[in-house]
Design a protein around this ligand. Structure first.
Ligand code: FAD
Ligand code: SF4
Length: 572
């Protein structure tokens, strides 16, 4: 048998942070600012904005017009649905990072493996959750409430948004709480029409809130972040730091304290426990490039590898003290996996806007959002489903003039494309999937391993009738809204997206007050091992229908405050 040589680092860090995405980056900033010495272990390669970001590269400058050489996606990145030729290096290679699913029950797992994680190319929509979400079970009787309420997290939302820089309006909707925002981006003419159409139906339409600098405060300028210049290619990396990412914002703050060691190419395979106490003492790592085996020691472990990677690591961290995986005495670890669903969409044309002069309308990221309007109260209760959904909407001229939707040929065709390119309006759904025990991830019983020999996940998930009823209602409401706004040539349809595809996978290490039915307490601390914290989307009890990342960062900040207070009390 070959003996694997492991290099043990003798230094004991105050904290080991696993992952450098939204959650890991925030943990690094918070803990180093509190004076703790941390090592951030990131599985992916380092990032160099000058080399790796292509925000100003247009498709026509590329030989393959931005699509990349034939076959690249099928060869290595078949699940990375949102990866383009200019951004594919942000995403994992599925060929190196397999996972398995049940036949006929797909899960589309889109993953980033690079310093910064998915914050390098995320959509930046930043919505708070409200007590309609945190106390959903009290509201409708299904599943469990979160162990926290809005009042307990509000000040953390405030602080995260202030640091991140979120643009938007105060809209005064109790179920979609406001923060103190940077100036909003303007709605286009078509979005204004749609807003009026939606409001005629009693459904407020609001400007989307996005983590992009429409103005730069001293905290942003201090680390070189500039105001957005609306080039519109945020998904390919933003090298002026207008878009929030770990690389533009949190990691530079942590680095400036002199207390962070960032080690890229460090795939954590196992959390190691002290056999005497059962507490964590460090982690085992395999170097992504050299395959060298390493060990690091820390007093506190922050698991922030993203929802399913964190749960995979905990499940793989079996020991005599934790035979079912670390933090899994309840048997709940891996369960209650959710994603939002979308795919139900509508398209129309505002004839009143056809043929107008061209204007630049495609650089801004914030369109119109119609927040949830079902099951807010007795008046809005829907007879066929629980919870609700919102609509992400846009209208205006884009770099793609929707020529594919127009029939014809030659000069007439070109004139037609030009005429209608100023008039499109688009709506799509972001809906709440219910958290159910039977949707879960486990270590693949078939023994599949990744390129570094680490056991992978098998994911079991499917939608229920509640989601299907919601999808039907969403399609009807899209049509109603487009008509109410005066759009014509309307087409509505689409299939519900496969779980995973919206890239808001959440749950699997849920918080709760009862250690028999949850993995974490209300401070993101595992019930079983007091010095292990899971700070990413795995902690979520329910998905709500809003994008989750600002909540992930607020929970991370809150957990870091708790860690500091517990250290002061001598408990960690
Ligand atoms: C195209 C796209 C659009 C999106 N749009 C939005 C949006 O509009 N609004 C919103 O709220 N959210 C959006 N999201 C989701 C958002 O990006 C995630 O919610 C957020 O990044 C999650 O943060 P995280 O820290 O949990 O994970 P990540 O940001 O994915 O970071 C996790 C990091 O951990 C590392 N890691 C994993 N396992 C290990 C290991 N074993 N050892 C060491 N390192 C490890 C990974 O390499 C990765 O870098 C979008 C995502 C994508 C891809
Ligand atoms: S955030 Fe603004 S400046 Fe940065 S890539 Fe996006 S549009 Fe361009």
């Amino acid at each position: 048998m070959t003996q694997v040589k492991t290099t043990r680092n003798t230094k004991i860090y105050d904290a080991i942070i696993i992952g450098s995405g939204a959650s890991g980056g925030m943990a690094a900033k918070e803990l180093t600012e509190k004076g703790m010495e941390v090592i951030v272990l990131e599985a992916g390669p380092p990032v160099n904005p000058a080399r790796d970001f292509s925000m100003h590269k247009n498709a026509y400058e590329d030989m393959y017009r931005g699509f990349g050489p034939p076959g690249w996606r099928q060869k290595d990145q078949w699940m990375e649905n949102t990866a383009g030729h200019f951004s594919k290096h942000f995403y994992v290679k599925d060929s190196e990072n397999p996972y398995t699913t049940d036949p006929g029950k797909p899960f589309m797992w889109v993953r980033a493996r690079i310093v910064g994680g998915k914050t390098l190319h995320w959509g930046r929509l930043s919505w708070r959750y409200s007590d309609l979400d945190f106390k959903a079970a009290t509201h409708d009787g299904f599943d469990a409430d979160w162990p926290i309420d809005y009042a307990e997290i509000q000040s953390y939302y405030d602080k995260v948004e202030e640091f991140v820089g979120v643009s938007g309006n105060k809209d005064g909707l109790w179920y979609q709480p406001d923060g103190n925002y940077l100036p909003p981006m303007n709605l286009t003419c078509g979005e204004q029409l749609l807003k009026k159409g939606s409001e005629k139906l009693g459904r407020p339409g609001i400007t989307s809130r996005v983590s992009m600098l429409t103005a730069a405060k001293p905290i942003h300028k201090k680390y070189g972040r500039a105001v957005c210049h609306y080039c519109g290619h945020c998904g390919d990396g933003c090298d002026v730091g207008a878009m929030f990412s770990s690389v533009s914002a949190t990691l530079p703050v942590a680095a400036a304290t002199g207390k962070m060691t960032l080690r890229p190419n460090s795939v954590v395979r196992h959390i190691n426990v002290d056999p005497a106490t059962g507490n964590a003492k460090g982690v085992s790592v395999v170097d992504r490039v050299t395959f060298q085996e390493l060990e690091f020691q820390g007093k506190v472990i922050i698991v922030a590898g993203s929802t399913l990677e964190s749960t995979r690591l905990l499940l793989n961290s079996k020991s005599r003290q934790h035979p079912n995986g670390l933090g899994n005495s309840s048997g709940v670890l891996g369960h209650y996996l959710v994603d939002h669903f979308g795919g139900i969409s509508g398209f129309g044309l505002f004839h009143t806007l056809a043929g107008r002069d061209s204007v630049n309308e495609d650089g801004k990221a914030a369109g119109l959002f119609v927040p949830r309007f079902r099951n807010l109260d007795a008046k809005t209760k829907h007879p066929k489903f629980l919870r609700g959904y919102g609509f992400e909407c846009s209208s205006g001229m884009g770099s793609n003039p929707n020529a594919g939707r127009i029939a014809g040929f030659g000069k007439d065709f070109k004139e037609s494309v030009r005429k209608w390119s100023t008039a499109p309006v688009y709506m799509t759904t972001r809906a709440n999937m219910l958290s159910r025990f039977e949707n879960f991830a486990e270590i693949d019983p078939g023994g599949t391993v990744d390129a570094w020999g680490i056991p992978v996940l098998r994911i079991h998930i499917q939608h229920s009738d509640n989601e299907r009823e919601m999808a039907k209602d969403a399609a009807d409401c899209i049509e109603e809204t487009l008509k109410s706004a005066g759009a014509e040539d309307i087409s509505v349809g689409g299939e519900m997206t496969a779980p995973g595809k919206i890239i808001h996978e959440l749950g699997t290490a849920r918080m709760g007050n009862d250690r028999k039915s949850s993995v974490l307490n209300k401070w993101n601390q595992t019930h079983d091992v007091k010095n292990v914290f899971v700070t990413d989307g795995a902690a979520f009890v329910g998905a709500a229908n809003q994008n989750p990342t600002i909540t992930i960062m607020a929970l991370t900040m809150r957990a870091c405050d708790y860690i500091e207070s517990e250290r002061k009390r001598g408990n960690l």
